[in-house]
Design a binder for this molecule. Sequence first.
Ligand code: KG4
Ligand code: ZN
Length: 349
Amino acid sequence: MRVLGIESSCDETAAAIVSDKKELLSSVVFSQAEHEIFGGVVPEIAARAHLQQIGSIVQAALDRAGIGFKDLDAVAASAGPGLIGGVIVGVMTAKAIAAVHNLPFIAVNHLEAHALTVRLIQEVPFPYLLLLTSGGHCQILIAEGIGKFKRLGATVDDAAGEAFDKAAKMMGLGYPGGPKIEQYALSGNPDRFDLPRPMIGKPGCDLSFSGLKTAVRHIIESFSPDGTIEHACLSEQDKADLCACFQKAVLDSLCSRLKNGIKLFKKQYPAGTHMVVAGGVAANAALRQALENSAKKYKLIFAAAPMKLCTDNGAMVAWTGMEHLLAGLSDPLDFSPRPRWPLDPSAKR
Ligand code: KG4
Ligand code: ZN
């Protein structure tokens, strides 16, 4: 069986085809460059760019897989959460293909797609502990099954990826900030600046990153003759040191809160074996290493998708569509896109 997956919920227009044998037959990702000068994604520009690209991206995914629409068994699209203009473009495209070729349509929750991607690559049985950390979300969950997630905690303000993006913007490093900060951090001193680790030591698994962002702002302002961020003058080494300190603070926060998550997971599922990190920030090599060390300490197996499948892509949507299809699940063609769509419906945030 083959499923086409379409992703357009943020600033990547992507399509991919996977088989039920876990083969990634093709994966095409177009990252919109238009947003870089704004230091963040502009929703209207994103929606327009998705509309312009989506037809050729889907065709390229079919061509690279060497198949046509007639060889598909279902078509899936990210139906939320995300920027509604882009989500509508992907969902309408998938519905049109499904209607014309008489295929099942699967409305994929973008967060579930991040959460399940690792299962395309390796055997990771449910239930597993999951750190889901992207540009818009930062949550610690237990993945109990398809469509079944229990939230242990979430950020009370900014997502970790958002904090990376905002810190990078303040330092003038460009967008997306995560990869830029990771690169700078490689040549920086992680002990030069004192940054807070919000929430550490408190019970539970909630996270917070806005205080950290403010602390970074104050450090940058201290390099300015008039105390304004606009006139701050940081050398390349200053930037590298600040990036290293910032990255370490985020990693310390994530690892420490996840430690509480591990304890809750083990209490509820003593036979649970795996700890997974997913979402764009999971592409950070230092984070992966730190989490792998924590997992080992608690005798859990660490698992993460390859880095290029951590940031938004079509394969994660296609694979989640396949998991739904194999479980006998599909959605009606009048399914409405959802700008907000929590993984755990009982969660308040
Ligand atoms: O999952 P994703 O591609 O899009 C959303 O669903 O939000 O995540 C994008 C986020 C951005 O905030 C980006 O800065 C961050 O992931 N990111 C990283 C790295 N690569 C991407 N953060 C830290 N280190 C990285 N290497
Ligand atoms: Zn994402």
